[in-house]
Design a protein around this ligand. Structure first.
Ligand SMILES: CC(=O)CC(=O)C(=O)O
Ligand SMILES: [Mg+2]
Length: 223
């Protein structure tokens, strides 16, 4: 093989592409944080340095004392595009991944109260744990996917993508109107209710019913 190995979408986290996150896409989660139900998608970004894979820990940034888990379905883009029609959107999907949108909730609350962006709360290193790539064929109906998350064996989150306010085709079309989607991009589609704090040494286990599970340790960042 030559020096340039072919890139494989099943290792999308190595491609250095965008991570586009949708917030407040489940009414029950918006309500638990006392946020209004959105009439348009709420979007923010994570850098590719946010990715972490099983076997490596989720690091708690030194500046937070309230790090929350948010379990989410991730959509991996297989074909890029701009101004994608909702009717064509699923042709742009290569597959899925189970994802966590780790959130420094105290920092997010502070940013919200000051009208500042959520970058420090959402985009830090290891803020996006991801599972193996799930080929599109393995989830024939992404609008009926059951997600769950346990902390130290205690169930904290359990939801279904049928509860999403904005569907996957709608989100792909909406985002691509102003951010060109590229092959290897990941869209996090929002979290259901049950988010809660994690501590140093906790074990997070999350799953997509009948498809896969993943496990991550939490470690406080070293000084
Ligand atoms: C309030 C949030 O952190 C929004 C978010 O990320 C979500 O998934 O909802
Ligand atoms: Mg989220």
């Amino acid at each position: 093989m030559g020096a340039m190995a072919a890139r494989n979408i099943s290792r999308f986290w190595e491609w250095g592409r965008k991570i586009i996150c949708v917030g407040r896409n489940y009414a029950d989660h918006a309500k638990e944080l006392k946020n209004a139900i959105p009439t348009e998608p709420v979007l923010f970004l994570k850098p590719p340095t946010a990715y972490v894979r099983e076997g490596s820990p989720i690091l708690v940034p030194l500046y937070t004392s309230n790090l929350h888990h948010e379990v989410e379905l991730g959509v991996v883009i297989g074909k890029g595009g701009t101004s994608i029609l909702q009717s064509d959107a699923m042709d742009h999907v290569a597959g899925y991944a189970l994802c966590l949108d780790m959130t420094a909730r105290d920092i997010q609350d502070e940013c919200k109260s000051k009208g500042l962006p959520w970058t420090m709360a959402k985009a830090f290193n290891t803020s996006c744990p991801v599972s193996e790539f799930i080929p599109k064929e393995n989830i024939p109906d992404p609008s009926k996917v059951k997600l769950w998350l346990k902390v130290n064996d205690q169930l904290r989150q359990s939801g279904c993508t049928s509860q999403m306010i904005f569907s996957i085709p709608y989100l792909i079309s909406y985002i691509s109107d102003f951010i060109t989607l590229e092959e290897g991009d990941l869209i996090l589609t929002g979290t259901p209710k049950g988010v809660s704090a994690v501590q140093d040494h906790d074990e997070l286990q999350a799953g997509i019913e009948d498809i896969l599970t993943m496990t991550f340790k939490v470690n406080r960042q070293e000084l």
